[in-house]
Unconditional design. Structure first.
Length: 592
């Protein structure tokens, strides 16, 4: 093996790693919606979690990537620590798929159809199809499909280059001596762990081992301990990704490490005992590419069978190693580790946005109550909620801006735009809640009291605004388009009510039934309530526009107002409802 072989080996390794990364990222983007579906199944039971981990890893060809996603899910609260354990176990089995694909390179036959199964035969065709899809299509999904083919072709060309570069090693005594050293199980495990830790991919590490095995100089006695070590080395990626996360996310990464270390320790002991007592002939034979894939799968499956019943004990172990703090951790709600899968990143973003919406709604509801009965503790909670929505707006907005710098498909781009608009509306609702609170505080400090008629009217319009707040929240959080369609008619009614109540109050001022100070506060209240209803209209309008994939703000609502009979019926219904409300309340107060 001369200098040029070394250069070919380095070039082949680079192509192999680049192709694997390229293919994995494209697979992850292409399977985004399927990954979201699989994510929903994680919560069902242990076996569903195991199969989910297996399926996701088989799709994206990387247990490290799956485990990093799991750490992100646990960190964001989308998954519990207990659920993550089953998914991590499944990922260890799913990662063996790559070795089986790479083992096809070892097929030797003169039969035409069997030769077609060799990657060197069909890889050029995949590369041709891939470059056509990538260069000649404007559709992002087809481009990703082309990238998958190109990534696989690059990976296999790299594998062929590595195999060709190391083929001369078979005649080198030093190379054989090196792998005789690795027949010491402890050294073999350390070598496998170190190699995998450096390149941060067990699939790539196994591929390199298969390339070396193609020389015929790697025995099963050396390959099996190296495979065990590779399972440990792959944990480095998840451990690094857990830096800066909450305790449960760090525990998930530690579960990955504990699972593989315990599995390697148990099966290494079994391997050592078998080797010492029986000295199987198989261990001295040269390992084939298929043989390495077989033992890679056996080790992974056997470890899962061994530890699957003890998932609860694994959870207790990592909780003992990383105990609970005296104070509750502040969960980092958004995790950039999910940028590789925009669908999942947006799903996580939506969860935080729903929380933000709930905080803003709660602040508004409390502020409305403070007008009628001011409470100091409630006032503090409203201001804290407004601070929280400000922070969440900044957090979500920054996250979405970073996410949009990645490659998104049409649906993902629409969602990202929708969420950017929604955070502004919910932040403003919280601001108006504080404005209403300040009106309540002004009433308290100046001893302003509304008349009975004004109180009745305030309850009526605040109830109407609370209804539109609930409708818009249902439209967003539950994707309830029926509620979204009801929002705009109610918003139009609230506009009418606002003007009607403003006129009523002017009449009371003329009759000197209320003070001028009360009049200013009343005007501010009506303005803030009406603006909250405007933001609710924006929220539901955004949902309707997103449904049509236009994101042309209010276009759907304008169309409904101008031509939709259902809109007119809803408008008449809400107008009658709140006119009757105020008429009955005023009659009741007069009779009393």
């Amino acid at each position: 093996m001369d200098l040029f072989d070394v250069l070919n080996l380095i070039g082949g390794l680079c192509l192999f790693l680049f192709g694997m990364t390229l293919m994995g990222q494209a697979l992850e983007r292409r399977a985004g919606n399927k990954l979201k579906t699989l994510l929903g199944r994680m919560t069902t039971n242990r076996f569903a979690g195991l199969l989910t981990g297996l399926g996701v890893t088989a799709i994206i060809q990387s247990s490290s990537a799956t485990t990093v996603m799991v750490v992100g899910f646990v960190n964001s609260g989308l998954m519990t620590l207990r659920q993550s354990i089953n998914v991590i176990m499944g990922a260890n089995i799913g990662t063996t798929v790559t070795a089986w694909i790479l083992s096809l390179a070892g097929i030797e036959s003169s039969n035409f159809f069997i030769r077609l199964l060799k990657p060197s035969s069909f890889t050029p065709i995949l590369a041709l199809v891939g470059i056509i899809f990538f260069l000649m299509s404007n559709n992002s999904k087809r481009k990703d499909t082309g990238m998958i083919f190109l990534g696989f072709a690059t990976l296999m060309f790299g594998m062929e280059a590595m195999s060709g570069a190391v083929s001369g090693l078979r005649d080198m005594p030093e190379f054989r001596q090196l792998f005789l050293t690795f027949t010491n199980p402890i050294l073999g495990v350390l070598a496998g762990a170190l190699l995998t830790a450096v390149i941060q991919s067990s699939s790539a590490s196994v591929g390199i081992l298969q390339a070396l095995a193609s020389t015929g100089g790697v025995t099963y006695g050396a390959a099996i301990p190296i495979l065990m070590g590779q399972h440990i080395g792959t944990c480095v990626t998840a451990l690094l990704s857990s830096a800066g996360t909450n305790r449960n996310a760090r525990r998930a990464a530690l579960v990955h490490l504990s699972f593989n270390v315990i599995g390697a320790a148990v099966w290494l002991t079994v391997f050592y005992i078998i080797k010492m007592l029986f000295e199987p002939i198989l261990l001295s034979q040269s390992a084939s590419l298929v043989g390495i894939a077989v033992f890679h799968s056996i080790i992974s499956i056997a470890t899962v069978i061994l530890l699957f019943p003890f998932g609860g004990l694994l959870e207790k172990l990592v909780c003992r190693i990383i105990p609970d703090a005296k104070e509750t951790d502040k969960i980092q709600k958004l995790d950039e580790r999910l940028f590789g899968s925009p669908t999942l990143a947006l799903n996580q973003c939506r969860e935080v946005l729903v929380t933000m919406a709930s905080v803003a709604m709660d602040a508004f509801q409390k502020s409305v109550g403070c007008i009628l009965k001011y409470d100091e503790n409630t006032a503090k909670k409203i201001r804290q909620a407004e601070d929280d929505t400000d922070q969440l707006e900044d957090l979500i907005g920054t996250y979405l801006l970073k996410l949009t710098s990645h490659q998104l498909d049409e649906d993902e781009s629409v969602k990202a735009t929708e969420y950017m608009k929604l955070i502004g509306d919910y932040e403003r609702i919280a601001d108006h809640a504080v404005n209403i609170l300040e009106s309540a505080e002004e009433m308290k400090s100046k001893d302003v009291v509304f008349s009975e008629d004004a109180v009745t009217e305030y309850k009526m319009i605040s109830d109407a605004v609370m209804e539109i707040v609930n409708l818009s929240f249902a439209a967003f959080s539950k994707e309830d388009f029926d509620s979204a369609h009801k929002t705009e008619p109610l918003e139009q009614v609230i506009d009418v009510l606002k003007e009607k109540l403003r006129t009523r109050h002017l009449i009371r001022l003329q009759k000197k039934e209320c003070s001028v100070a009360a009049g200013f506060i009343w005007s501010d209240l009506l303005t803030n309530l009406e603006r909250v209803s405007d933001h609710c209209s924006n929220i539901s309008g955004c949902m309707l526009d997103a449904e049509d994939r236009t994101m042309n703000m209010h276009e759907k609502q304008r169309m409904l107002r101008n031509s939709d009979e259902d809109f007119r019926q809803q408008y008449d219904m809400f107008l009658k409802k709140y006119n009757d409300y105020i008429s009955m309340s005023l009659l009741k107060s007069q009779s009393d």
